[in-house]
Design a protein around this ligand. Structure first.
Ligand code: ZN
Length: 294
């Protein structure tokens, strides 16, 4: 489990289908409020909190955004956020369709997203990343279950020796990162990095960082592969095993012992390493930071 969860109180689920993202949002809200002791089993579906969530009657899951949201609605939500939860010690605000909130309404939320009252969580959903203010994006953990379709020429980057499974990993990798330069698509490194991520999350190689490559360019591939793996766990947990499809039995086992929220925290750590790759004096400083975080 990561030591510090930077933005673990605010999530953003970006999905083309609003129905899907609302479903994720509910599951995440249920996980946050679930009272099952083993965090990896949350949402357990059995405790009183989970049952209320399932019936959509949980008094501490507050949904906003179904109707048109005005800045006054946002202020009302903020007022409610400062009231004590009804049943436990946490409450979750689900803000559906944040991409439809106007700039003024999104702006009104910045402060509370940055520093919410104790025990208050936000799960935002939306379809269009471009309609979400960058300041909102930077204050939330954004998960994008599917960002784009793989390059139609994807197949040409394959050597032909790939197994069905590794083909799928490569496809996901290239799909998730729009900046992946297909011409220099490093298939071999991606697969190696993904396999290492598998061992890391499986608990066999907790010191995976010691096996990270020594060049910054190659390191970026590893960060991205680890981000992909974390994201896959997160999405798998939140869709109750529906997505990604065709994952191995080993992957399912890993998911059974990881919570969606810790997967999100790891995603953030590797994303930070990826985005700040250049700001560290050298690769040793970067890996020292990473080892400290995980
Ligand atoms: Zn539960």
């Amino acid at each position: 489990m990561a030591k510090e969860l930077k933005n673990a109180h605010a999530f953003l689920v970006l999905e083309q289908s609003q129905t899907f993202s609302n479903e994720y949002a509910y599951r995440l809200a249920s996980e946050i409020l679930c009272t099952e002791e083993d965090e990896n089993k949350r949402p357990c579906g059995k405790c009183a909190s989970c049952r209320m969530a399932e019936n959509k009657t949980h008094p501490d899951i507050l949904v906003f955004g179904r109707a048109k949201v005005s800045v006054d609605d946002v202020r009302e939500m903020i007022r409610q956020a400062y009231l004590a939860p009804n049943s436990g010690d946490k409450k979750v605000f689900v803000l559906e369709g944040i991409d439809k909130f106007n700039a003024q309404s999104q702006n009104a939320m910045l402060k509370i997203l940055e520093e919410p009252p104790k025990g208050v969580y936000f799960v935002l959903t939306g379809a269009n990343k471009n309609a979400v203010l960058p300041t909102v994006l930077s204050r939330t953990f954004a998960v994008l279950p599917k960002e784009r379709d793989a390059d139609e020429n994807f197949e040409k980057y394959l050597s032909g020796d790939e197994t069905k499974e590794s083909k799928e990993i490569l496809k996901q990798y290239i799909e998730t990162y729009p900046d992946a330069k297909a011409e220099e698509f490093p298939t071999e490194s991606v697969l190696k990095a993904y396999a290492l991520a598998n061992d890391f999350y499986g608990g066999e190689k907790r010191n995976a960082v010691s096996e990270f490559p020594r060049s910054r360019e190659e390191a970026a591939i590893y960060f991205r592969a680890f981000m992909l793996f974390s994201r896959n766990i997160f999405v798998y947990k939140l869709t109750n095993g529906k997505i990604p499809e065709n994952e191995s039995a080993e992957f399912k086992k890993i998911c059974a012992k990881t919570s969606a929220r810790s997967a999100a925290a790891y995603y953030e750590i590797f994303e930070t390493a990826y985005l700040n790759n250049d700001s560290f004096a050298n690769i040793n400083a970067l890996y020292a930071y990473l080892s400290e975080q995980i």
